[in-house]
Design a protein. Structure first.
Ligand code: ADP
Length: 632
């Protein structure tokens, strides 16, 4: 039984390879977590860091609230199962299973009991006197599982345990490992490059690529809501079809135009309401993702569907109960090679598809995926970040979707019309603007609240549930972007990033020991920002020393990150000059010039001229600047 906390974990190998970057995850007790990704993505490195077989370059690993970065592997209460079984060939199965317990000097009768129990669970009781070479691959892997089980570990780590087995045995062992997980009631972390294994086994899956976590989610959510094109393509067989194209809003419809083909479909805007602003102008190129199972060639469905695309069929793969029809949405295209127009359609329809013939396929538009052409990130986030709203400003009042509110001084601008980008996290349900909540959906640890005003649907993201029906909102004006006429007012910068160093100072201190005063030399550590030294809290010094080599600690540069609320004006601290005040109505912020940059500081009252800023280091984020490693 164990929960694990992985905070900003990095692995930089001595040869400079950054195998794992900023891995953050909380793993609950009894979860079955799968790390999946192509070869070389860093999944084994991450697992080996959890096991203690590999040093953690930066970050913090805790098991049951105890930081274990420096705890020896044998003291972590973790058992690991490897792909190559790692059995001792000269020992019997019994002795292989008992080996770890003997090394721990466990009494013989207890060892015996545990070995028998494990071999029973794994169905290898009758092989206990055999040597590993007298057993099949599947049986050997059971022995190595047995060796892990007998230790009653808090966490079971499995590194591609089924890769050496044939397909049939792999399926069987998959089920056995799941049963084992249910029986042992402990936390499992399982590494595989096989997405089917990941999808069928994990309660949650971590998809990795090039050392970076791409997405952490349940199998179902990864399938339904892939966060980027890589995850979309990695999860599911056959791979999702990716086309290139554009989207153009046209009244209450959106025209989706497929590039390199004559295909286009017109979808109700309602279906695409969560699309990030800026992608519906008909110019910005996107990837359009459609799974093979979200298209159909069944004539009775196609005839009814308003969303049809022509496909020239190249060949068909019969899978028995279903077929994969390969084709192209470009009538001159070739369905044999992957391209921006090649399409694979999964079908259970029993008709004939003649190569070279053109058929109509219907698209399930509620299952479409869209990704940015450059970043390949989804442009339809589950939690939409922005509401793109048309607005007017008249005599200091902002009018949009039937709402009229007074603009605060910081956003004051001339009359005109334009638009506002209203972030979903800038809306809270504690104000006096009347709206109507039509839906509230829990997504991870947040709530997506859909509300309507002036006939328009908008989104807010909140930490607590909001009941349906009449509701009153307020707007956090410092987060909005307002474009009216020629004026563009950007959101307030909420990051206060100060640059500095970590210093060592030898100091003489007077100690009073049993009545005698003595001067002793002591080394103290300071966080230095613009020459102002702040005593470094013990835990911050420890984190910095744990992450950086002793040689580079005092020559490294750091970003000390705060928010406008975690720095304050004080009698001493970092010197700055007040340039002005941003008045957002409910809240006011000073714009303070500190050397070459301006930062925003929350203020209760008016302040001018020279000031000192006192940061609250207990609430700081700390980043090693050169390699961009997050320490806290
Ligand atoms: P995966 O398990 O996903 O296949 P690994 O965690 O084994 O990937 O490797 C991640 C990256 O780190 C790869 O680029 C690999 O070449 C590199 N790597 C792994 N082990 C070492 C090592 N001991 N020294 C240097 N580079 C390594």
């Amino acid at each position: 039984m164990a929960k694990l906390s992985l905070k900003h974990i990095y692995k930089v190998y001595p040869n400079g390879v950054k195998a794992v970057n900023d891995f953050c995850m909380e793993i609950a007790d009894k979860e079955f977590i799968v790390f999946v990704g192509p070869s070389g993505c860093g999944k084994s490195t991450m697992l080996r860091m959890i096991a203690g077989l590999e040093d953690i370059s930066a970050g913090e690993l805790s098991i049951d609230d105890l930081v274990v970065n420096d705890v020896e592997p044998k003291d972590r209460d973790i058992a690991m199962v490897f792909q190559n079984y790692a059995l001792y060939p000269h020992m019997t199965v019994y002795e292989n299973i008992a080996f770890g317990l003997r090394a721990r000097k466990m009494p013989n009768d207890e060892i015996h009991e545990r070995v028998l129990h494990a071999s029973e669970i794994l169905g290898i009781k009758e092989y206990l006197t055999r040597k590993p070479k007298e057993m099949s691959g599947g049986q050997r892997q059971r022995v190595s599982l047995g060796r892990a089980i007998v230790r009653n570990p808090k966490v079971m780590l499995l590194d591609e345990p089924l890769s050496n087995l044939d397909a049939k045995l792999r399926t069987q062992m998959r089920a056995e490992i799941l049963k084992l997980h249910a029986q042992l009631k402990t936390t499992f972390i399982y590494v595989t490059h096989d997405q089917v294994e990941a999808m069928t086994m994990g309660t949650r899956i971590v998809v990795m690529k090039n050392g970076f976590v791409q997405q952490i989610d349940t199998p179902k959510n990864l399938y339904l809501y892939p966060g980027n094109k890589f995850v979309a393509g990695f999860i599911g067989t056959p791979q999702m079809n990716f086309f290139e194209g554009t989207m153009k809003k046209n009244g209450d419809k959106v025209d989706i135009v497929f590039k390199y083909s004559d295909a286009s479909i017109s979808v109700p805007y309602e279906q695409l309401i969560k699309v990030r602003p800026g992608y519906l102008d008909g110019n910005k190129e996107v990837f359009i993702g459609v799974r093979a199972e979200d298209m159909t060639l069944e004539p009775s469905v196609v005839v009814e569907s308003p969303y049809k695309i022509k496909v020239v069929v190249s060949h068909v793969e019969e899978l028995g109960d279903e077929s994969l029809v390969y084709g192209d949405i470009n009538m001159g295209g070739d369905g044999y090679v992957e391209s921006s127009t090649r399409v694979i359609i999964k079908t259970t329809f029993n008709g004939e598809f003649v190569p070279g013939n053109v058929y109509e396929a219907a698209v399930n538009v509620s299952k479409l995926h869209f990704f940015d052409k450059e970043t390949e990130e989804t442009i339809v986030p589950r939690l939409p970040e922005i509401n793109d709203v048309e607005c007017t400003v008249k005599e200091g009042k902002l009018n949009f979707s039937g709402i009229s509110v007074q603009l605060p001084p910081a956003l004051m601008c001339g009359d005109g019309q334009g638009k506002m980008l209203l972030p979903s996290n800038a809306i809270s349900f504690d104000g006096d603007i009347k709206t109507n909540v039509v839906d509230c959906e829990k997504i991870s640890d947040k709530y997506l609240v859909s509300f309507e005003t002036g006939g328009r649907r908008m989104f807010a993201v909140t930490d607590t549930e909001v009941p349906r029906g009449e509701a009153h909102i307020s707007i956090d004006f410092k987060r909005i972007t307002l474009c009216v006429g020629e004026t563009i007012i950007e959101p307030m910068e909420e990051l206060v990033r100060l640059e500095g160093t970590f210093d060592k100072v030898k100091e003489k201190v007077v100690e009073n020991k049993s009545g005698t005063r003595k001067t002793v030399k002591k080394v103290n550590f300071y966080l230095n920002i613009n020459g102002v030294k702040f005593p470094s809290p013990e835990y911050i010094s420890q984190k910095i020393f744990a992450t950086l080599s002793p040689r580079s600690v005092f020559s490294s540069r750091f970003y000390y990150d705060f928010t406008p609320y975690t720095v304050r004006i004080a009698d001493s601290g970092i010197e700055g000059t007040v340039e002005g005040v941003s008045d957002y109505g409910k809240e006011k912020f000073l714009r303070v010039r500190v050397t070459d940059k301006t930062v925003n500081v929350f203020t209760e009252g008016p302040v001018t001229g020279k000031v000192f800023i006192m940061p609250d280091f207990d609430k700081a984020g700390i980043v090693e600047a050169d390699r961009g490693i997050k320490l806290i």
